[in-house]
Design a protein around this ligand. Sequence first.
Ligand SMILES: [Zn+2]
Length: 288
Amino acid sequence: MDLDREQESQNIEDRRGRRVSRGIAGGGIGTLLIILLALFFGVDPRMLLQGTGNVQETNYPDAPVPQSQQPGKEDEMRQFVAKVLGSTERTWSEIFQAGGRTYQKPTLVLFSDAVESACGFAQAAAGPFYCGEDQKVYIDLSFYRDLRQRFQAPGDFAQAYVIAHEVGHHVQNQLGIMRKVQSLQSRSSERDANALSVRLELQADCLAGIWANYAHRERNILEEGDIEEGLNAAAQIGDDRMQKRAQGYVVPEGFTHGSAQQRVQWFRRGIQSGDLKQCDTFSRGPLS
Ligand SMILES: [Zn+2]
């Protein structure tokens, strides 16, 4: 990627190295225990955490607890993240403005090991996530090492995709889509709620693609091989591959983020079209 023409976002909250108390509010030891049990039994922990807030994760339930990285590398990564976030701010501000709306920029929280969000306590092992309650994206940078090694998705555009996907959830939140879906889910069976979650996640992938399309058209960010890197990352974190890695077999009814093929398809659709209307994952029939 070429991010030379991108401005670093000012909306980064650096909580790295801060200790988090795990007691009291929302999360806590009980929640943590449930998450660990859920991971052990291969259940999506978010199913058990519903009611603590609207968390949308990118689907890395079986990521190992990361170790800390060297400081020099981390500062480089911090700058990278700030530029990608800055790029999404520019793109979404323009798109919202064209539609007569104002884009409220999200904050991106960098943390290490564990963090307290308005949606509850979260461990780095759960992967990057967006919390609709405080409108913040949370990421532990050591996740990128897992993306590279454990998920076999190297490359800077793969890393940018992770942020753009979480920002996609913020866009859904701004547009009221997230609230509508959660309200529907609260009245649905588990199976239907999962299917709705898949549509929400695939839309976030498509919105990530919309950002890439705009930023590339306007500021030429993509280089040879970038799109393949991004699509590979989308495939590697598809539910089927995640389940296979975690438990050795695949249960399609348990999908909450979409299969590898679906994630690639919707991310590509956004990248290629740059057209928001192409990201309507809700008003079509069964998703292929
Ligand atoms: Zn997501």
